[in-house]
Design a protein around this ligand. Structure first.
Ligand code: NDP
Ligand code: HSE
Length: 438
């Protein structure tokens, strides 16, 4: 059979990892697809930049349109990033009848609905396994492996950079900025690293996972989003003392009222496997009604790990080249006419447990005032610890509370009431807590 000809857009961290795998595992890949894969052309920004891989047998161009318009290219692999220029290139490739593979979660989260519709009309595949959780085949697991189930909820550590930073801060006491710089140097971080630390990248990925899990269209703008920038070593240490690790978690759950879709720092009991996922590793816990809880673990960023997912998509697409375009695995797991429009709940309507850190005046009756307010808002306390004042000259003591589950709006109202008390000496720190056991 004739080789399948592909063109790449981008030869950075992921592009280089992808080419390296294609060069190293040529025989295994051809054995799996039944056809050779030939890289015809790669577009880069600077053709003279030294490359970490052997490009002698590959033609490079500074014109990305030369790739998407090339008459001999069957599959375009988009690894440039961003969601404006990349979108234009992907739409052009689809219009030209080419299959597309991308690692670009920003593109899929923001424009996936439009891209998939166009792809369906053209009878081409858009594959995006590498867009979520680097090398972990979570899209395939949700779309195919768990296809028998109603998915109840999923929870994932889905930003490698944030997890790397939290782990290094906790285990080695390193400074935030210093660890972020290392993550950038290792190629883990996004071109704009605020996407990693402010939760945007995790929100992109959660929007994609939510659609595939629950059969809803992509709604990135509805993801409730918080990053790791406000997490202090103090809270990490108190959480540890109570038996929890703090992780940046993406969480999606289908409820009677609608879908919860949120990313934020979360306390997780340390006996859960997912609480012990450290460094750049990612993990996603998926609860299906038939299978129960399942866990997927692996490298969440980096050239070769992500390249592994890109090449797996390539193999899938090559295998489907001869299949009936109307009978392929649907982009969002459900057939386009079976996607439903469930409401996404605002953050105020979600239900979760909480860690609270209060700075209180050290005098009789203060704890009673706090518990009274919590009681008025139907918030039940699971654990309380009071810390000794850090020095004898301060009138403040630190109180840590863990609560049972409550609707976030009630918690917010209780915090406003507590902060009005003269005995509450600083803003109340609130971090969500998930037991992830049901
Ligand atoms: P890099 O910045 O390392 O690479 C980007 C590549 O695109 C470079 O080769 C660059 O060329 C090329 N490029 C950029 N703009 C243009 C342009 N206008 N014309 C032609 N070429 C261009 O990014 P990554 O490899 O890290 O990321 C690529 C995509 O993969 C992003 O969508 C990212 O979110 C996603 N991703 C990244 C992961 C990671 O671990 N890094 C993991 C999972 C997904 P040049 O080399 O000449 O500068
Ligand atoms: N910047 C992303 C991360 C890359 O750190 O997880 C992988 O998607």
């Amino acid at each position: 059979m004739k080789p399948v000809k592909i063109g790449l857009l981008g030869l950075g961290t992921v592009g280089s990892g992808t080419v390296q795998i294609l060069q190293r595992n040529t025989k295994e890949i051809a054995g799996r697809t039944g056809r050779a894969i030939e890289i015809l052309l790669i577009a880069v920004r600077d053709i003279n930049r030294p490359r970490s891989i052997d490009t002698r047998s590959i033609e490079l161009t500074q014109d990305p349109y030369a790739v998407v318009n090339h008459p001999d290219i069957d599959i375009v692999v988009e690894l440039i990033g961003g969601d404006t220029f990349a979108k234009d290139l992907v739409m052009k490739a689809i219009a030209n009848g080419k299959h597309v593979i991308t690692a670009n979660k920003a593109l899929i989260a923001n424009y996936g609905n439009e891209i998939f519709e166009q792809a369906q009309q053209q009878g081409v595949v858009v594959a995006f396994e590498a867009a979520v959780a680097g090398g972990i085949p979570i899209i395939k697991a949700l779309r195919e492996g768990l296809a028998a189930n109603q998915i109840e909820w999923l929870a994932g550590i889905i930003n490698g950079t944030s997890n790397f930073i939290l782990t290094e801060m906790k285990e080695k006491g390193r400074e935030f900025a210093d660890v972020l710089a290392e993550a950038q140097q290792l190629g883990y971080a996004e071109a704009d690293p605020t996407f990693d630390v402010e939760g945007v990248d995790a929100a992109h990925k959660l929007a994609i996972l939510t659609s595939i899990a629950f059969g809803v269209t992509l709604k990135f703008d509805k993801v409730a989003m918080e990053g790791i920038t406000d997490i202090t070593p103090l809270d990490v240490s108190y959480a540890e003392q109570l038996g929890y690790h703090i992780k940046h978690l993406g969480f999606a759950r289908k409820t009677q009222q609608g879908i919860e879709m949120r990313v934020h720092p979360t306390l997780i009991p340390r006996q859960r496997l997912i609480a012990n996922v450290d460094g750049v590793m990612n993990a996603i816990l998926v609860k299906g009604d038939a299978v129960g809880p399942t866990l997927y673990y692996g490298a969440g960023a980096g050239g070769k790990a992500t390249g592994s997912a890109v090449v797996a998509d390539l193999i899938d697409v090559v295998r489907t080249l001869t299949s009936d375009p109307d009978n392929r695995v649907p982009h969002l797991a459900f057939q386009a006419d079976a996607l439903v429009d469930l409401p996404i709940l605002p953050l105020t309507q979600i239900e979760t447990a909480y860690y609270l850190r209060l700075s209180l005046l050290d005098k009789a009756g203060v704890l009673a005032e706090i518990t009274q307010i919590l009681g008025q808002h139907h918030i039940s306390i699971e654990a309380v610890i009071q810390k000794e004042p850090s020095n004898e000259n301060t009138p403040a003591v630190t109180m840590i509370m863990l609560t049972h589950k409550v609707i976030e709006q009630h918690m917010n109202q209780a915090i406003v009431a507590m902060e009005r008390l003269d005995s509450v000496m600083a803003k109340v720190v609130k971090i969500r807590l998930e037991h992830l056991n049901k």
